[in-house]
Design a protein around this ligand. Structure first.
Ligand code: SF4
Length: 416
């Protein structure tokens, strides 16, 4: 278990300027998206305005950061032997001006530390890595983009003259490093990607997360900021999945992809795989009729599971033109063909739509539908999947799917 030591930070502002591929670049002020936290009569709250844009999450005073960890340790009945403190934030922890101070103070709890997210831009001297390791950092998540210093300078805005990469090498040699790269076609894929992977492998990185670059609204850029890079067409999901498998076959570290593909754990939706179908027997029988409205990536997997459990006569799955369920907005619902919907519709738990707006849009053909939310997540993403065992993944997915089916039975029109 990891206790989060949130240091705050605003993307772009608190990480020495925007990386060219950052999803928070070009974010515009817009009408509020709406979400489940909004009050019934108002579209828009802190969560779906400044929260989702991460524009107000300033760096937090070190005293508060350490205090919150201390509170979690004192209040929680924590018996986990693998307890760790995860120093993380909205920007980049290496740019947090009090990082050494916080790590020094946390060191007194005698717990190992994880640098939760860094691009290394704040590491002006690789000695910083040595000090952090000596204070107890034994795990680092490092967005490397490329191990070519020139490329990092141009794309990540790294002005450390190679110090950040020296630090990464040190971290790889001494700690558990999960390296990550947003893969921009024609920039850091192909030969460049192989060079990066082979360097990371030589240094001793434990894992590598490939993140598909997104450039369009239906790939998750819902904050008025598409395209991030003019003229760049991201990998298709099929191309990306092939790439993840290729890198996994070539290199000797744990490889995962996001938004999809963990070759080892079979996420997302490991339970949709034939070899895991026996586990579906433990799921509740479906007795009611409903529509599951979901993302374009999740829909085929969910449909497969529904068929496998023999519930496709009662439950249909409808995909909207949005890759990620948590990023479904009102606009996506407006494009749904209402003829495909049953009288009860379940949308993803974290969809960025106001409850009443979702109801009104999905009932605008005159059928007063029950529109409700399913579980927050039905599977685990690539970042998480790489840290979990196969059993944990199956357990997590089965629990979430059971919740979904119970919601179908509860809110749906009873047929059996
Ligand atoms: S370091 Fe991360 S949050 Fe900061 S600009 Fe780069 S991608 Fe965005």
């Amino acid at each position: 278990m990891q206790i989060i030591a949130d240091v705050g930070g605003i993307p772009g502002k608190d990480c020495k300027g925007f990386c060219k591929y950052c999803y928070f670049r070009k974010v515009k002020e817009q009408d509020p998206l709406g979400c489940r936290y909004c009050t019934p009569g108002t579209v828009g709250c802190e969560s779906c305005t400044t929260g989702v844009r991460e524009v107000k999450n300033e760096f937090i005073h070190p005293f508060m950061v350490v205090g919150s960890v201390q509170n979690s340790l004192m209040m929680g009945d924590i018996k986990d032997k693998n307890l760790k403190v995860n120093i993380s934030g909205g920007g980049d922890v290496s740019c947090y001006p009090h990082l050494m101070e916080v790590a020094g103070a946390l060191n007194q709890f005698n717990l190992p530390m994880h640098l939760g997210y860094t691009s290394g831009k704040g590491i002006e001297n690789s000695k910083m890595a040595e000090e952090l390791i000596s204070l107890g950092v034994d795990e680092v998540t490092f967005t490397v983009f490329s191990t070519d210093n020139k490329m990092r300078k141009e794309w990540v805005g790294d002005t450390t003259n190679g110090e950040s990469l020296k630090a990464l090498k040190l971290f790889c040699e001494t700690t558990e490093v999960h390296a990550a790269s947003v893969i921009v076609p024609g920039v850091n894929d192909g030969e460049k990607l192989y060079e990066t992977c082979s360097t990371l492998e030589d240094w001793g990185a434990k894992a590598f997360i490939l993140m598909r670059f997104a450039n369009f609204r239906n790939q998750g850029l819902i904050l008025g900021n598409e395209p991030i890079l003019d003229g760049v067409t991201p990998h298709s999901l099929e191309e990306f999945e092939t790439l993840v498998h290729e890198i996994n076959n070539e290199f000797n570290f744990r490889v995962t992809g996001t938004p999809l593909c963990d070759p080892e754990n079979d996420t997302p939706f490991a339970i949709s795989k034939e070899k895991n179908s026996k586990y579906l027997d433990i799921l509740t029988d479906v007795t009611s009729e409903a529509t599951i409205l979901t993302s374009s990536i999740a829909a085929p997997f969910i449909e497969k599971i529904i068929k496998r459990i023999g519930a496709d006569d009662l439950v249909n799955v409808v995909a909207v033109d949005q890759d990620i369920g948590c990023l479904i907005t009102q606009k996506d619902l407006e494009e749904v063909d209402l003829k495909d919907l049953k009288e009860t519709v379940l949308i993803p738990g974290r969809a960025l739509v106001h409850d009443k707006m979702a109801h009104d849009i999905l009932s605008s053909d005159g059928i007063d539908r029950i529109v409700t939310r399913g579980p927050d997540k039905l599977s685990v993403d690539g970042e998480m999947s790489g840290t979990l065992s196969r059993e944990d993944v199956l357990k997590t997915e089965l629990i979430a799917f059971e919740d979904l089916l119970e919601a179908v039975n509860f809110f749906g029109v009873r047929k059996k």
